[in-house]
Ligand binder design. Structure first.
Ligand code: NG6
Ligand code: CA
Length: 542
């Protein structure tokens, strides 16, 4: 079936191309025909062309292109379509306006690596050791041949690519950045990759295209370490005067582009990225992917660096908000979004491309650099109506922007209250492309295809949210499990809180999780805790 569709599509495209060329040849006078003959031929050609286009369209509605735009550390309330007034995001808003906006859409974890792990594998990251925030030289966390969102789509006839932040490890440990770097995304279903290997604030500060560092001079090999100094380049710790942006905590190792990072790095000078150019570099690469693959169904995982630290947007965005670099990075992110939407428009792909826009965890204000994010926050509410943010067990940790646009299928300007999580992508897209998941595949992923495209408003009935503690959502009830010792429940560093019981919230009446009503509902707490334990012990929830 899949093969058939792919063939039909390419045959359809080929026919359109031939006809298009013919029409062009005719109109440019290459064929010497009388005016009326030209008209008849043209009319005929246009008729066939139109019928043919319909065939292509019918085929491609079965296989729309998929563009998954994934922001970093962007909160629910950081975009104007979710209520932000201090910053305006017209391009992101356009996705909502022309599509579907989820008010209860989640990433799987309140930090990056586990969220991405869960989104790609369909397995809760807390089930697997080694899925915490990855070091810049971590080995590939998702091992080769594992069924992932990308491998499912590849089997479904898609050409697959990832551009931007990876942060899921590369290689087998002790990676040599000067040689072939594998395994990585290419071994788990991506046909192409252009990566920021870890994060903007971690070494190595270079791009990796497919299996090689981009622009590396072999005479200046790269060395990286997270435990000891390599080379003799200045560190932020010892050379604060060299910095254009100072750390507020951590981030005081090797200085690259005037910013000290996490980890030591030497060499690779010609290959080092310039933070101010990063958004342009990855957006250009993402658009190239779209252009190169416009004739076949493609899946693009476009993973932004913005608005993660260090927040160093291009000078053309500096000062565009009253919120300093954090706000300006939001404007830059919105620009990138506009560029990718524009590329879809220009190539006539918008109608049949499923665009998903989301974020890998909730918002954070000060995440380790003195970038005035706290001082200039003003009235802005990065997490919208929710409590907490990145690292937090409250809703702000995982309830993130979650927008879906697919003009051919999804009704414009709609909202959905369905509970849905990025961890559901593997099972949902497996259903869509007709790939039968094996028992061991995507153990916590549910088929949410119907709510995802707005055909139904019934989402998950439960979800485990993952910060340092686990939270359990059942409908509008929520508990946060008791953990040993104090755990950060609030947004980072601003407040640590812990409860002496298991807190219970009713999100129906208390969206901001301010009223712990556990004492009034002991049976409810026990019931939810038992369900959470059952899911944990079963090793799977699907
Ligand atoms: C933390 C970093 C923070 C950020 C985070 C990962 C310090 C003090 N803090 O350890 O700046 O890099 O890791 O963010 O180093 S994430 O979005 O990729 O999960
Ligand atoms: Ca993140």
């Amino acid at each position: 079936m899949i093969k058939f569709l792919t063939e039909r599509l390419s045959v359809g495209n080929e026919r359109s191309r031939v006809l298009q060329t013919r029409v062009l040849q005719i109109s440019s006078g290459h064929l010497r025909l009388t005016t009326s003959a030209v008209a008849v031929v043209l009319l005929g050609a246009i008729c066939v062309f139109t019928i043919n286009l319909k065939t292509v369209q019918a085929a491609s509605t079965d296989r729309p292109n998929i563009v998954l735009i994934y922001a970093d550390d962007l909160g629910y309330g950081d975009i104007s379509c979710n209520g932000a007034t201090e910053v305006s995001t017209p391009n992101v808003d356009r996705i909502a306006k022309e599509g579907l906006n989820f008010t209860d859409g989640h990433c799987a974890s309140a930090t990056c690596t586990p969220s991405r792990y869960a989104m790609l594998t369909g397995e809760y990251a807390w089930r697997k050791a080694g899925t915490g925030i990855a070091k810049g030289d971590a080995a590939a966390i998702i091992r080769p041949e594992r069924t992932t969102l990308a491998s499912i789509l590849k089997k479904g006839g898609y050409h697959t690519g990832v551009v931007g932040k990876w942060h899921l490890g590369l290689g087998d440990g002790n990676v040599n950045w000067n040689a072939e770097i594998k395994p990585g995304p290419r071994e788990i279903g991506f046909d192409e990759s252009f990566l920021i290997p870890a994060t903007g604030d971690r070494v190595p500060c270079v791009y990796v295209e497919d299996r090689h560092v981009v622009g590396l001079d072999p005479a200046d090999p790269i060395k990286v370490s997270f435990s000891e100094q390599v080379g003799d380049e200045p560190t932020g710790r010892a050379n604060a005067a060299l910095l254009k942006m100072h750390p507020s905590h951590g981030h005081d190792f090797t200085i690259v582009n005037g910013i000290s990072r996490i980890g030591y790095m030497s060499g690779g000078h010609a290959a080092r990225w310039v933070d101010e150019e990063m958004a342009d570099v990855i957006t250009t690469r993402a658009i190239k992917f779209v252009e190169d693959n416009k004739a076949k169904p493609f899946f693009l995982f476009f993973s932004y660096h913005d608005i993660h630290v260090p927040r160093v947007p291009h000078p053309r965005f500096v000062g565009k908000t009253t919120m300093g670099p954090r706000g300006d990075a939001i404007i830059q992110l919105d620009w990138c979004t506009g560029e990718i939407l524009k590329a879809l428009d220009q190539h006539g792909l918008a109608e049949n491309t499923l665009v998903i826009f989301s974020s890998d965890n909730g918002p954070v204000i000060d995440d380790g650099y003195q970038d005035e994010a706290v001082e200039k926050l003003g009235n802005h509410k990065p997490a919208g109506p929710f409590r907490g943010g990145k690292y937090s067990a409250y809703e702000g940790g995982t309830r993130v922007p979650f927008l879906v646009r697919w003009p051919a299928k999804v009704k414009a300007g709609t909202t959905s209250e369905a509970l849905i999580c990025q961890i559901d992508f593997p099972a949902s897209f497996a259903h869509f492309v007709g790939y039968e998941l094996k028992e061991e595949d995507a153990p916590d992923s549910f088929n949410m295809w119907s709510p995802l495209i707005g055909e139904s408003t019934t989402g998950r009935d439960h979800l485990i949210e993952h910060a340092k503690a686990l939270s359990y959502r059942k409908g509008n009830w929520k508990i946060i499990e008791k953990t040993k010792g104090p755990k950060i429940l609030e947004n980072t560093k601003t407040e640590s809180g812990f409860y002496d019981n298991i807190p219970l919230f009713d999100l129906n009446t208390d969206l901001g999780e301010k009223m712990n009503i556990a004492a009034q509902h002991p049976k409810k707490v026990a019931e939810l805790m038992q369900e959470l334990n059952q899911i944990r012990d079963a090793g799977r929830s699907r």
